[in-house]
Each structure stands twice: as C-alpha cells, then as structure tokens.
Design a protein around this ligand. Structure first.
Ligand code: ADP
Ligand code: MG
Length: 639
C-alpha cells in the first residue's frame, strides 16, 4: 500500500471544482451571480469557442479591495453568509464561497478589480490554482474576470466537453435565465465577437421577454400580479396558443433565483389543464417574492431543494393566480389568418408536383364518405363538443381526421372478410411478453365474431369478454396507437415531396434549439421540410412534406424541435419519423369522450389488425386482461 499523504489544497480544489464547475456555463453562472451580488447595474458576458477557451465577465459593481483578492480565491471564503440559514434571508445568489477557488483550479484566470474607495485597481493572475501576479493597475470601478482554457490541466474532464456550439448554447441559455431573473440589471452577451443579447435593465420584464423570446411570445402574454400576506407574484404567463412540447419555457424565479419547485409547477400546469392539450406546457415568467420565514431551505452539496412551510397555501395561491389570468380572456386564436394562408398555398415547381393522392384530398374524400354513412348521427351524439375552451384550428383539423380514421367503413362483422384468414399474431422479435395472454386467441381473425363487447367503463375502458377472459381496452391508448400506425404508414409512403408554404412559417429559436435543428436538418430536408435561416434567431419554413401539409403548422414544427431536445442526442431518422407520427396523432386524440358501441368495435378491429396492438406509441399498454379464474379466486369460489 502506498503511504498515506494529505492532499495539498490545490488538488482538493481541483476535486471540489468537479462539483461546481462542469462546463463553461457553470463558470459563467458563478461569475455572473457574483457580479449581480456585487450590486452591479450593467454586466457584460463574453465568450469565445463556446467558453472553452475564453470567458469574460465585466461588471460595474463594488469591486474587491486589494488585500482581499487572494482571500477571495481560497475555498470557503465568502463575504456573504456566516451560515447556511442565512441563505434565503439575504438577497445574494452565491453562498458556498468556493466558486472562485474552483474556477481558478481548472483554468487560467485574470482578474482586474477596483473598489470605489481604492485609488487604483488590482490585477491578479492565477493559473491552475497557482498565484502568478498581484499588481497595481489603473482600472474603472468594478470587476473584470477572465477565465481562459477551461480544464487545460485536467484533460480527463476536458474530454467531457461538447462541441463549442453546444457549450455556447448552454451559456446563452444561462445568460438568458439570469437576465430574466434580474430585470433591474442590464446584461449584454457577446459570443464570438457578435452581440447576442442586450437587456436594458429598465426593470421591465416584458421588454426582456421580447428580447429573449421574440415578438410572438411577447405578444401573447397575460399579466399576473397578486399579493397575499408574505407572498407576492408578478410576471407573465403565455396564452395557450404559445404552449410548448416540453417544460423549457416554464420559468419562475423565487427571490431572484431560478429554482424548481414541484408545488409551483403542479399548480401552474393544473391551472392550464382545461386550456391545453395533453403533453403541452405553458410559457410562464413569474417572479415570486416570498418572505424567508415561509421557506425551508435544505441544502444538498449538488442540488438545492426548496420547501414551503405551507405548501398547500402556495399551491392554491399560484393555481388561483394563473387560473384567474386565464379566465375571461379571449383565447381563441386567429383562425381567419390561417385559413387565408392555406387558400394561397399550392403546389409549385418541380419539387412541388402534387402527390398522387394528396393528404388533404384524401381527408376531404373521407369526410364526404363520412357524411353518407348511417353512423353520422350517432357520431355527432357520441362526440360531445368539449366543454373546454376552443382549440387552435390545427387541432380541430386533426380531430376531424382522427374521427375519420376511426370510422368503421363497414360494420365489424363484414370487415372480417377482409382480414386474411391466417393467424395475424406478430412474428417480429419485438413481441411483448403480454402475447402469452392472448396467445392465438383474442387476435385470431375467426375469434373476432366471438368477442362480446360488454360496454364502456369510466368513459375510457372498453370491456370485452372472450374465451373465459375479460379484456380491458384503453380507448385512448388504442386510438393513439391506431392513428400512430396510420401516420407512420403515410410518412413512409412519402417520397420527399415538398409542398410550398407561402408565406413561410417563421420560427424563432433559442440557441439550443438552433443547434438541434442544424444537427438534424438533413433528416428534416429528407422528409420534405425546407428550412432556412431568416436572420437573427428566426428560421423560415418554406416547404413541408406534402403528406403532412394539413398538420405541419407552426405548432407542430415547434413541438418537433422541443421533442428533439427531450430525446437528447437522437441522430436516427426513424426517431424523427416516430416523433412526427406520435405528435400528429397525439394532437388528434382526445381522452375521456364516449364512443358508440359501433365505433368502439371499429376501433378494436383496427387495433387488433396491427402488428403490435399491445402498446401505445408511448409504451403504455392498450389491452390488459383478467381471467375468469382470477375473478373466481377473488370471489373465493375457487380456493
Ligand atoms: P461566494 O460568491 O459564494 O461568496 P465566490 O468564490 O464566488 O464565493 O466569491 C468569493 C468572494 O469574492 C465573494 O464573497 C465576494 O466577496 C468576492 N467577489 C467575487 N466576485 C466579485 C465581484 N464580481 N465583485 C465584487 N466582489 C466579488
Ligand atoms: Mg459566488
């Protein structure tokens, strides 16, 4: 065994840096928070190569007195708190007192700082935790902090850095969050010598929302201002039309910190529920001021968890604030404009030759067909119009679509003739274990006539009796699965026929989304999307796959991009196809409405004819079963 030695402080700092400093964005976070804590009113953040080689943060704050500069770089040195309990009673952001030590341990740092009391400033250099110089220098009031070549002395950690574009996108996202959480500070962000963001520091949150998220979001906001006892909430929430496919746009700040709280998130999402489709998340930008005695702070080395003394009260307050803002508002999106756009669109050019059977046309034909079926009245009765507020036009269209797909063309019994008279149990290797349940029984075409549809339970589940078994089919999951397979079929048929969209659909993307779009652009192009830069953060979608024409609206495109960021590093075009298919059917499916028995039979027919009817596209089961035996055991008829 080697001798036991005490690690030197430098090594300890390098290890500690691992907890605090993971990537350029973590350096920027610490430096930016320090600058805000120093009461700065203007801060510039500059990075090059995603921050991997150069990070600069300049502020006009209080500066550091010369005699305290070295001290500031020792770990656990802080001027801000004496104990962890102070954390939420003070307004400062940093508290661990280890950020500067950690940054200096893994990069080459240069600091120039001057206090208002100091006659001259101080220049200080420290590389990999080794002090190089301390000298007097002429400088403006405030602090400039430069960190070069992150992880230059810890190659193992450097390997974990992503490309400069990705790292840069993380930094941009962080700077945006901090700018949004501090409307009183003017923040400028420069990336590779280009100005990327500049907030005015005029305290106006809406201005920053405009600067960060663009015009479309800024023009669809509802204001929230409530105050009760020790809590006040101020900010904006997005109208449901600007809902997104993930939680990245659900922002709120508690006493100036970007912190997640499950109570607040749940209250927000619950309040939006009646206005939103499933799996959609709102845009919110809410600032909470909460008296420290209402908070319980539990500090864990790597994450911070926030608890409320009275969580229920907070939940109700947030729920009511958000519901209140959403209620009594005109939330119907402007359908007229959309219609006009569609009328103007057409096929053009060689790439735009009409597909043999355009999606839109087929849809119309299906609608006509529907009009003559005897089912019509029943459908109208059994698809009660939702009591929830109106949905955007694209949703309605997709719902119509789904209803058509669902319609049994002929009664179930006649359809049996069309089913090949052989076993349709999938032979693929993906057969789920559940197969045993049905083993050549439920799925056998001949068996279909012997399925006894008992009825519907809780407006959601269909009960089918067959062969001493009770099968329970989740209508929602079944519906989704059937639509998914249809859409996948349509996508695969398509031969990259692009259909012109005029005027183009304009998307405003953040840097992260831009990186993802660029990375996957080829797949989008292959599918028939034509997307090109449109200046700044905007992208113009000039063409969409002809087969998806009627549903490829802005919302779908944004959701696709949101989905990419959820799926992480998916490079596989199949994943994108699957994503598109699942999105388009998800949007089309509504839960909780009752189907007529004939419709249910049609749905079950279609479900059972699929290769894998057992799970919906999201992996939830579509069918479960219970045997007569199990039931009898439960009733103790059998022991
Ligand atoms: P913490 O922020 O947790 O106190 P840091 O290691 O980030 O610890 O900083 C150590 C100390 O250095 C701070 O407490 C503060 O006194 C000083 N300091 C750091 N950055 C600045 C700055 N930009 N302006 C003024 N003082 C600063
Ligand atoms: Mg700090």
């Amino acid at each position: 065994m080697p001798n036991i030695t005490v690690l030197d402080q430098n090594t300890i700092n390098k290890i500690a840096a691992g907890e605090v400093i993971e990537r350029p964005a973590s350096v920027v976070k610490e430096l930016l928070e320090n600058a805000i804590d120093a009461k700065s009113t203007a801060i510039t953040v500059e990075i090059k190569e995603g921050g991997t080689t150069f990070i600069r943060v300049t502020d006009n704050g209080c500066g550091i007195p010369r005699e305290e500069v070295s001290l500031a770089f020792l770990s656990h040195s802080t001027s801000k708190i004496k104990s962890v309990e102070d954390l939420f009673t003070i307004s400062s952001l940093g508290f661990r007192g280890e950020a500067l030590a950690s940054i200096a341990a893994v990069s080459q740092v240069e600091l120039i700082t001057k206090t208002s009391a100091g006659l001259t400033g101080t220049r200080y250099q420290i590389d990999g935790g080794e002090e190089r110089t301390v000298e007097e220098i002429g400088a403006p009031e405030g602090t400039t902090f430069i960190a070069r070549n992150l992880f230059y002395n810890t190659p193992a950690r450097k390997k974990f850095l992503k490309t400069p574009a990705t790292e840069g996108a993380h930094v941009a996202e962080l700077v945006e969050k901090l700018a949004l959480s501090h409307p009183e500070v003017s923040i400028r962000f420069i990336q590779n010598n280009q100005n990327k963001l500049h907030t005015s520091g005029n305290h106006n949150l809406k201005d920053i929302v405009y600067t960060v998220f663009g015009r479309e979001i800024a023009s669809n906001l509802l204001e929230v201002t409530v105050k009760k006892d020790q809590i006040s909430i101020h900010g904006y929430i997005g109208k449901p039309v600007i809902a997104r496919g993930n939680r990245n746009y659900e922002n709120y700040f508690i006493n100036g910190r970007y912190i997640k709280s499950s109570i607040i998130s749940r209250a927000i999402e619950e309040a939006y529920r009646p206005f939103m489709m499933q799996h959609k998340y709102p845009f919110t930008m809410l600032h909470f001021s909460i008296e420290p005695e209402m908070l319980d702070v539990n500090v864990h080395p790597t994450k911070m968890e926030l608890r409320f003394r009275d969580g229920e009260m907070v939940y109700h307050m947030v729920y009511q604030a958000v519901s209140g803002a959403l209620a009594h508002k005109e939330l119907i999106p402007e359908v007229e404009l959309e219609k006009k756009r569609e009328e103007k669109q057409g096929f053009a050019g060689k790439k735009f030759e009409p597909s043999p059977e355009p999606f839109e046309k087929r849809r119309l034909m299906a609608m006509e067909q529907q009009a003559v079926t005897e089912e019509k009245k029943e459908t109208a009765d059994s698809f009660p119009k939702r009591l929830t507020p109106p949905q955007p036009s694209f949703v309605k269209e997709r719902n119509e679509l789904s209803e058509n797909w669902l319609k049994p063309q002929t009664p179930a019994i006649n359809r049996l003739a069309e089913v090949p008279a052989q076993d349709v149990i999938p032979k693929s290797e993906k057969v789920p274990e559940q197969l045993d349940l049905f083993d050549g029984k439920l799925l056998e075409p001949k068996a279909r006539t012997r399925h006894k549809l008992i009825g519907q339970l809780f407006d959601t589940y269909w009960l089918v009796e067959f062969n001493e078994q009770l099968f329970i089919i989740d209508q929602h999951a079944a519906h989704e699965k059937v639509l998914y397979e249809k859409t996948m079929g349509t996508l695969k048929e398509m031969e990259c026929i692009s259909q012109l969209v005029s005027p183009p659909i304009i998307l405003t993307l953040n840097q992260n989304e831009e990186v993802l779009l660029k990375r996957h652009l080829k797949y989008f192009t292959d599918m028939g999307f034509e997307i090109e830069p449109f200046g700044g953060r905007e992208y113009a979608v000039r063409g969409v796959p002809a087969n998806l024409f009627s549903i490829a609206k802005k919302e779908l495109l944004i959701e696709m991009i949101d989905g990419l960021s959820e799926d992480g590093s998916s490079h596989n075009p199949d994943i994108i196809y699957a994503r598109v298919a699942s999105l388009s059917c998800k949007a089309a499916v509504k839960g909780g409405h009752s189907l007529s028995a004939a419709e249910a039979n049609g749905l079950i027919d279609q479900l059972l004819s699929l290769e894998n009817p057992y799970a919906c596209p999201h992996g939830r089961p579509t069918i479960i079963s219970m045997s007569k035996y199990e039931l009898e055991k439960k009733f103790k008829r059998i022991v």
